[in-house]
Ligand binder design. Structure first.
Ligand code: FE2
Length: 211
């Protein structure tokens, strides 16, 4: 007969998140160093500080449950970090590197949002309301960090990266191609204060929800 309970699964998930946060502390330090723009570097550094607080919050939750503070290797975050590390080794122009760092960061944030969403719901179901409130604080921070990254991406990084690509092609060929010229026109239209159409973009959807 099965003996594991939702309480066991809850503690298991807490251990997974505890390890994941610790992995992310190391990764965020590297991402901040790799960022090629001050705003992005500051965003990673700010979230690094928040992540240190999130580790402490998890320690408080373990204490509330009379459970030992313990991590269990989080394979999911490890995989996301590994993908991010290989991106950092690529020979991208600065703007494209920033766009890729944001993409990697957002993968991690969404993974964490899923994990903390579950933890909050399970804590409530098990009657651990105080723990649920603490975990909700972390969930809110993860959502805010994701939205901040979307805002940075859409506030110019993506377009700068798109522009850097066409400039590099021009330099290589020695003359502006009509395709590049077209792309530049599109880019300047995109920067106009009027509405932007990128309904397929998850970054846009996240930003819209934030309002
Ligand atoms: Fe986190």
């Amino acid at each position: 007969m099965a003996t594991g309970t939702l309480h066991d699964a809850f503690v298991d998930e807490l251990q997974d998140s505890y390890d994941g946060e610790k992995q992310l502390i190391k990764a965020l330090k590297k991402m901040a160093k790799a960022a090629k723009a001050d705003g992005l570097r500051v965003a990673f550094e700010t979230h690094l500080e928040e992540t240190q607080g999130q580790v402490q919050r998890l320690e408080q939750v373990f204490a509330m449950l009379d459970e030992k503070v313990k991590g269990k290797h989080c394979d999911g975050i490890a995989g996301i970090i590994e993908e991010g590390s290989s991106v950092m080794e690529e020979d991208f122009d600065d703007a494209t590197m920033n766009a890729c760092l944001i993409a990697s960061g957002q993968r991690a944030e969404h993974y964490e949002m899923a994990a903390y969403g579950t933890l909050v719901a399970w804590a409530r179901a098990l009657g651990h309301d105080e723990a649920a409130d603490l975990l909700q604080e972390t969930l809110d921070e993860e959502k805010a960090a994701d939205e901040k990254l979307s805002a940075i991406a859409e506030g110019g990084v993506n377009q700068e990266a798109a522009g850097a690509g066409s400039n590099a092609e021009e330099e290589e060929s020695g003359k502006p191609s009509s395709r590049n010229g077209m792309r530049r026109v599109n880019a300047s239209a995109f920067r106009a204060p009027a509405k932007r159409s990128s309904s397929r973009s998850s970054q846009k959807q996240t930003a819209r929800r934030a309002r």
